[in-house]
Write a protein that binds this ligand. Structure first.
Ligand SMILES: [Zn+2]
Length: 272
């Protein structure tokens, strides 16, 4: 077997949600964010509607998911962040104001790391096991910073489709890999000037099912990344429900969280 999962499992599935709200827009376009109510409201759909719709979906499906939340979002949308925590889902770090770290030098990145951890701990009592970089942007020194701050894993890179390890000066850091194909943003987000049109949920369902079927055959780790302000829309919640229904008809799938995948990888002999 290419990768050994626990017990009789042949592949793993993680539903992950990056609860950005307005944070990414505030970091990338701070001047526009002072006047564009339109852009702010598009993103406020996440905390106002999307998060609770996703929580109801996960409750119906009896699934635990992983939510990555920037510090700014925890502070400004504390009731929603608290409901995510109280529903028993994993919470991981996701920057402070969704800073793309390509714009940061190492001291700035370390300062922001300390700030986001202080907010997660102070506001939610959460010490996260995992980190997902905003916009999946990672510097060569980022794994060292994560290891130094006690993280078990990162989930921002595309170097494999099963868990793997990043070397740091203090030992290995587990990577729970992502990929563009399994991200809702390039498929569903409307961006003026972009070449892609908004995708038909039926086509996305078919694409994600095909990717799941093929990854299951390859004993892969299917990590889906969705955003409440994008996938909280009604037809996309229905799509996620259909997708999980499809995956549940296949025997041997471990529905789990990023943290459980990382703990499995860190503590077990995976390869036969
Ligand atoms: Zn994000």
């Amino acid at each position: 077997m290419r990768y050994r999962w626990p017990g009789e499992y042949r592949s793993a599935v993680v539903l992950s949600f990056d609860f950005d709200a307005e944070s990414g827009f505030l970091f990338r376009e701070p001047e526009k964010a002072k006047r564009s109510l339109a852009d702010l409201e598009e993103r406020r759909f996440g905390p106002r509607v999307g998060v609770d719709r996703i929580l109801r979906l996960l409750d119906r499906l009896r699934l635990r998911a992983t939510f990555f939340i920037p510090g700014w979002t925890v502070e400004h949308h504390l009731p929603e962040s608290t409901r995510i925590r109280d529903a028993g889902h994993e919470i991981g770090a996701h920057g402070n104001v969704h800073e793309a770290v390509a714009f940061l030098d190492r001291p700035a990145e370390e300062k922001i790391m300390r700030e986001q951890l202080a907010i997660l701990e102070g506001a939610l009592g959460v010490k996260p096991a995992g980190y997902r970089s905003p916009s999946w942007d990672v510097n060569v020194w980022t794994p060292d910073i994560l290891k130094a701050h006690g993280f078990l894993y990162d989930s921002s890179l595309m170097g494999n489709d099963v868990p793997y390890e990043l070397e740091t000066s203090a030992g290995p850091l587990v990577e729970v890999p992502v990929q563009w194909l399994l991200d809702d943003a390039p498929l569903f987000r409307h961006v003026y000037g972009a070449t892609n049109a908004i995708a038909d949920p039926g086509r996305v369902l078919q694409m994600w099912q095909k990717e799941f079927d093929a990854m299951h055959a390859e004993h892969g780790c299917f990590v889906l990344t969705c955003h409440p302000f994008i996938s909280g829309r009604a037809s996309r919640i229905a799509l996620l429900e259909e997708l999980v229904g499809h995956m549940r008809r296949v025997p041997g799938v471990w529905f789990t969280t990023c943290e459980e995948v990382a703990r499995w990888h860190a503590t077990n002999e995976r390869r036969s």
